[in-house]
Design a protein around this ligand. Structure first.
Ligand code: EZ4
Ligand code: CO
Length: 404
């Protein structure tokens, strides 16, 4: 078998997605997600200009060798653009291999270790009543675990609530410049324990509650928050400090038993080395799409296993259904699975990417279709072309830029 075509499809059914489609000489196709939120065309260009010309003629069964060829062979390693491009090739090759075998992909990853994949959903509110309503809505959809994010008195922006700017005005997701949001870490640290208290008072002690600090805290601020949240037994505190400094988590660990989750912006195993070997975290958060594919993510999860660290792959709206499907196959197969983030997609996105995976009672299953189980409707994709879109940026009260 040989790869005869490699095409990159950029589509925007409400938000941008980048998809690589590989075709073999016997007509088998494979899909890979290469979406990098706010930097989509950089990955599309990397694939079209530098990767696609190398793929024609290669044997699609040689997944490990192709991964090493694209990673080591480029000389310039790591980084989100490179690793999203490599991920798309890797996942498309796994899709082809599983289709050629006539098996759903999870069977090639060792088969099912569980019957279904537990997820958590997102509850967000500008204030506490709105947040409580949002938690109720997620529970009604079947979720049995929720991430809670709330507005902070005195601040206009709410992390997790898209569509309003710092003046409170409504804006579409797609925009030619980043929104500017406002941020005050002290106000956040004062308010967040009260958010947990209110949600616990309403929903009781059993509901798993997660929270994402989105890289906004210093190590000592993160330690303070982790300690203050302890009485409410959070399932985890996510990304409490900026991701670049792995040693920062030592300080947080010293002060708290709140479980820690990290890694959605990481793209290689080296970003996790200290965190895993020193047991500074409890969950690895990478997405197949941003970590170079299923091949390296499986290796990461295997490195984490003896330290009793579990998987919790990133699953926001900006991972396409192709990237979600890859995650769900891996979730079903690996023993040290923890939880899967699942934000879902709009009906239009689901029409562009028809998928075999299902969401029932808060749990995902990859389905039994051969391969990933995702089909791209290229005509519908073409009817929704790329539109510029950026993530917001944060500014403190003095006007300086802060982590978003
Ligand atoms: O802000 O995926 O845990 N989930 C998150 C996400 C990220 C977006 C960035 O593109 O932090 O909502
Ligand atoms: Co996050």
């Amino acid at each position: 078998m040989k790869i005869v075509d490699a095409t990159t499809v950029v589509t925007s059914p409400g938000r941008n997605f980048v998809t690589l489609k590989l075709t073999t000489d016997d007509g088998v196709t494979g899909l890979g997600d290469a979406t990098l939120n706010g930097r989509e065309l950089a990955v599309a260009g990397y694939l079209t200009e530098h990767v696609a010309p190398l793929l024609t003629g290669l044997d699609p069964h040689r997944i490990e060798d192709t991964w090493q060829y694209l990673y080591r062979g480029a000389y310039w390693r790591r980084g989100p653009v490179t690793m999203a491009a490599v991920a798309a090739v890797d996942v498309a090759l796994w899709d082809i291999k599983a289709k050629a075998a006539g098996l759903p992909l999870y069977q090639l990853l060792g088969g099912a270790s569980r019957e279904r994949v537990r997820t958590y959903g997102h509850a967000d509110g500008r204030d506490l009543p709105e947040l409580l309503d949002s938690v109720r809505a997620r529970l009604a959809e079947g979720y049995s675990a929720v991430r809670i994010q709330s507005g902070i008195p005195g601040l206009k922006a709410v992390y997790g609530v898209h569509g309003t700017d710092a003046t409170g005005a409504s804006v579409p997701h797609q925009r030619a410049r980043p929104l500017v949001e406002d941020w005050d870490t002290d106000a956040y640290l004062r308010h967040t324990p009260a958010v947990f208290e209110a949600v616990r008072a309403e929903f009781g002690p059993e509901l798993p509650l997660l929270h994402d600090a989105h890289h906004r805290l210093s190590p000592i601020q993160a330690a303070r928050l982790a300690k203050d949240l302890e009485p409410y037994r959070p399932f985890w505190l996510e990304d409490c400090t900026p991701a670049e400094n792995q040693e920062a988590l030592r300080l947080v660990r010293r002060h708290s038993t709140t479980p820690l989750a990290v890694g959605e912006v990481f793209n290689t195993v080296y970003d996790y080395q200290t965190l895993i070997t020193e047991q500074l975290i409890d969950y690895v958060r990478s997405a197949v799409t941003h970590f170079g594919g299923l091949t390296p993510l499986r290796k990461l999860v295997d490195l984490a296993a003896p330290y009793q660290i579990r998987s919790a792959f990133h699953g926001p709206e900006d991972i396409s259904p192709v990237g979600m499907a890859a995650a769900i196959h891996l979730d079903l197969a690996v023993h040290n699975f923890g939880i899967q983030e699942y934000a879902g997609h709009t009906p239009l996105t689901e029409a562009v990417f028809r998928h075999a995976y299902t969401f029932t009672d808060g749990h995902l299953h990859p389905g039994e279709a051969p391969g990933l189980g995702v089909e791209l409707d290229e005509e519908l994709a073409a009817a929704h072309p790329y539109a510029p879109a950026y993530l917001p940026v944060n500014r403190l009260r003095d006007g300086s830029v802060h982590d978003w």
